[in-house]
Design a protein around this ligand. Structure first.
Ligand SMILES: [Zn+2]
Ligand SMILES: [Zn+2]
Ligand SMILES: [Zn+2]
Length: 273
């Protein structure tokens, strides 16, 4: 099991349009943060290329992220919530669904599915694709917080959706348990409720939202994320959904041992560093 950070930026991405700050103009490639998404990969000899892959969210840069990482196949997609920076790359899934016999499964809560149907009527609507053209073939599957499921039939992976609060919006985090270890991805949250914390013990890798150094109504601040990391004590904790306030090198200086800023293209597994 390996997690690849496809994107680690906040909703506007970094560099932001029209910003000339030190981070947005940085030469450090780790300061280029595309919209937030991760991919989980699993070895599987029965797959055409020996791997199965799960995507969490489909942001605006999905195409660029998949080209960069050489991703030719995706087996399932999980959605945390339906904000623009997590769903507006959905159309690019047609490159994957077009190569499959069956529709590509999308796992989402009922509320997220409702939003996806409204945002993409040409994909999900009644008069599907009225103007012709090539649309992704997708199959929405309902998931619920606390109810584990197995999205990849040939991979011994259990996924547990966890209820997180993103301001007042309930969203999902995901815990991934395989025989190799455990990884959890908790982006877009201002609060990790007690019920979720109870399911986030014994992790090898934890990924947490850490938007910026100052407090924010819908995202964890750097200090709040570091405090939750100390509470949950995963082997390694990585910070994502990063705005342009701090450069990667500055974030590294401000995080304690065991907590690290993520960057686009970073790959981590359950094995110790
Ligand atoms: Zn977001
Ligand atoms: Zn900036
Ligand atoms: Zn959001």
């Amino acid at each position: 099991m390996r997690l690849t950070f496809l994107g680690t930026g906040t909703s506007a991405g970094v560099p932001m349009i029209g910003c000339r700050c030190g981070v947005c103009t940085s030469d450090d490639p780790r300061d280029q943060r595309t919209r937030p998404s991760v991919m989980l990969s699993f070895g599987d000899d029965s797959a055409p290329d020996g791997e199965r892959r799960l995507l969490v969210d489909t942001g605006q840069e999905l195409r660029l992220q998949c080209v960069r990482e050489g991703v030719e196949r995706i087996d399932a997609v999980l959605y945390t919530h339906a904000h623009a920076d997590h769903v507006y790359g959905l159309d690019d899934l047609r490159r994957f669904s077009g190569r499959m016999d069956d529709p590509l499964p999308l796992y989402a809560e009922a509320g997220t599915q409702e939003a996806l149907r409204e945002l993409f009527p040409y994909v999900f609507g009644e008069g599907r694709n009225p103007n012709g053209g090539f649309v992704p073939k997708l199959a929405l599957q309902t998931v619920a917080a606390g109810e584990s499921f197995r999205p990849l039939p040939t991979v011994p992976l259990s996924v547990t959706p966890l209820r997180l609060m993103h301001g007042r919006l309930p969203v999902l985090g995901f815990r991934f348990d395989s025989p190799e270890g455990s990884i959890a991805y908790c982006t877009d949250c201002s609060e990790v409720p007690e019920a979720a914390r109870a399911r986030l013990g014994g992790l090898d890798v934890l990924v947490l939202d850490a938007l910026k150094p100052t407090k924010h109504p819908t995202h964890l601040s750097l200090a709040e994320a570091v405090a939750i990391a100390a509470d949950l004590r995963a082997g390694r904790t990585f910070l994502t959904h990063l705005a342009h306030d701090l450069a990667h090198a500055e974030l590294q200086e401000r995080t304690p041992a065991g907590v690290e800023p993520a960057y686009d293209g970073l790959k981590v597994g359950p094995a110790p560093a």
